[in-house]
Ligand binder design. Sequence first.
Ligand code: AHG
Ligand code: MN
Ligand code: MN
Ligand code: MN
Length: 347
Amino acid sequence: MPLSQRWTLTRYLIEERRRFPSASGDLNALILDISLACKAIARIVSFGTLGDSLTPQVTAVGGDVNVQGEVQKPLDVLSNEIFMRMNEWNGHLAGMASEEMEAPHQIPANYPRGKYLLTFDPLDGSSNIDVNVSVGSVFSILRAPKELIDSGREVTVDDFLQPGAEQVAAGYAIYGPVTMLVLTVGNGVAGFTLNHNLGEFVLTHPNLRVPADTHEFAINSSNSRFWEPPVKRYVDECLAGKTGPRGRDFNMRWIASMVAEAHRILMRGGVFMYPRDTKDPAKPGRLRLLYEANPIGFVMEQAGGRASTGRQPVLGVKPSSLHQRIGLVFGSKNEVERIERYHHEPA
Ligand code: AHG
Ligand code: MN
Ligand code: MN
Ligand code: MN
């Protein structure tokens, strides 16, 4: 298709806004600033080790332990900075929260505040960065409580503790062989590919749908000794293949980068599991609810897939803390429902 006929992200957002004649355009402007942050991160990621000549800070930061107990990579820190700096000035946010920051980020007093809250994982899968495997950024937009907007007080953790069903928009950028932005504003899921010549995200995958059935599952099976019985049962049945209860062979994948797994599943179906397990009683699950599970869950549901804790839809969970971890299963609807059924059946 000639470039002149393709929609840019800007056009997609404007066409979406036309469905709501009274909308102010603030959400669109915010999403465009987020997309700019993703473009900046894509560029730095694509330079790899050579990035140190362009941005000396690439090698000058990192090495600290974040609130998750993980050693931060230089690009974790830099991506977090980019997200904050490119979104704090625009007057659309009343606060931000990130995987890399223990407490919410206050909008600096010299900038106006707005009606949304932003949570993000600035660089997902960052353990893969040194080995040149796809990584990404994940974001979620919530409405700021009215009382926060009216009072002008500092944003608190409580303001962010909203179920995923309250998200206004969510999505991710994937920095792979091509950079893509995948977005939902609550009306299906659209995928945009970064055109480096134009510096624009261009709509290449309108109306993404996750097939209801799949022969592919993704799980870190080195944790199998810690799995709960329903997960063990599901995986055992997949591994049993044609002669087992499922009557067909399954493929297994594990990229160790949730964004990349979510993207594969959006493109061709599949099921992803990072379930609750017994490895560490202090960490019920690996992934974080507010900036990993909820945005990916919203995208999956909007694409006709399903996202669950194994026991209930993930978007229905009322968060209890900013960095809460949770078991997460998402992807092809029929498989996710099967896994939920196994959790509800007596062992
Ligand atoms: P992050 O790099 O943002 O800390 O997230 C990593 C997550 C996720 O991307 C991935 O699915 C999972 O951690 C990988 O876990 P394992 O190390 O158990 O494979
Ligand atoms: Mn991390
Ligand atoms: Mn992550
Ligand atoms: Mn991360």
